[in-house]
Design a protein around this ligand. Sequence first.
Ligand code: AMP
Ligand code: ZN
Length: 477
Amino acid sequence: MLKIYNTMTRQKEVFKPIEEGRVRIYTCGQTVYDDVHIGNARTYSSWDVVIRYLRYKGHDVFHVQNFTDVGHLTDDEDQGEDKIEKRAREQKINPWELIDKQIQEYWQVIDDLNIHRPNISPRATTLIPDMIEIIQILLEKGYAYEVKGNVYYDTTKFKDYGKLARLKLDEEKAQARVAQDPLKKNYFDFALWLNARKGDQIHTMRWNSPWGEGYPGWHLECSVMGMKYLGDTLDIHCGGIDHIPTHHPNEIAQSEAATGKKFVNYWMHAEFITLNGKKMSKSLGNYVTARELIDEYSGLVVRMGLVSGHYRSAVDWNPQVIENAKNNIEKIRNCLNAIENSSGGSENTLEEAIENVRKDFEESMDDDFNNPKALAAIYEFIKKINSSLDNKKEILIKARETLLELLGIFGLDFIKKEEGIDIKLNKLMDIIINIRDKARKAKNYEISDEIRDKLKEAGIQLEDTPDGPRYSLFFKK
Ligand code: AMP
Ligand code: ZN
């Protein structure tokens, strides 16, 4: 039985999806103004493991993740400037160009880290009409108010606003905030829609609305996307711990006020990565990008570093994390090679270990996705394999398959990728060689030679040997 730590109740709860066998999951995505740093990557890797494990357990998982491409202001609290517009201005490019560039880079990192892409990853800017519709509902129901082309959510109208974050809705703070921002009525109120004009500045990304030209507040997109693609109630909603005090309470307030239904059954939050003990954050300029680490150590090593800890434990990213990851990868590779090179014996002592590792792995993962414990079970299993290479070859092969399958749930693919491409290339070459054979048999040497020459141009050498045609890849100098 899978148990998930639910931030809402602050305890581990048995996971029960709304619909048996189906899981609707939403994860807060990237604000696409800067590169993916290793903290972001760790959070996304954690959700990838959650999703892979749910699929392993037989659930049909539908995963939605947003791209924040508008409305996320520099101080996270509806103050300051739009992060994307600010960065685009600094780089002297159009915000839309910046967004495209960052999304491309994002996918490259995600693919290199072997994080499965979500089923849908909409950009906030593609859902403006849906956002306007929800704002209108909130206004009609009395949960929102308009001031000078801005629309705010009135948090005093929503019972339980502070529930997720266990906030004490303290009046003194409220007074302080009202003094700072005269447009808001209460301290915790937040923007649903912002006027495109601020003084003599105009926001480049802006849309017509019943309140004049403007753009949406940051929190709205997640409510709107979640409900549009997953329904009024989601099974699981994930994000980093930074979303507990503001972003997620705001999502709950918007969605539940609009639908009158519970928005999310299980809230999951990932702890932060720190760098030399300090919060890793783009706005503080204190970060390492995922790209630089992948280029230096490979996606596999970085991924191993990212999934080695528990998602609810903070990690300080220091050189030891990479060292450990490298050592563990070598340990796994050595074991896989040892199996490959062993011709096997007559023993069958590994069979029990194969059953046990799966059991231990599942027990650990069922306990709120305890990666370190599940990995420890795998390393024990590796030790056992290394001392059992005299087992029958078919048992060794089964051990190898189990190892690869369980590692795959952490997104650690040791063989599959290369094998996949190799097998496809072999199949493709078989097809080409057959066609060339047919041409030769029909004495159509013009075609058969053309095939051979074209392959050569593409770096594939085709030779006719006494055992039949054989191909090899070569690299042109
Ligand atoms: P952002 O692009 O800042 O909106 O963040 C994207 C995702 O990364 C969110 O789920 C954040 O909670 C998460 N995140 C941001 N900083 C860190 C960090 N230092 N460690 C772990 N996760 C983070
Ligand atoms: Zn969100």
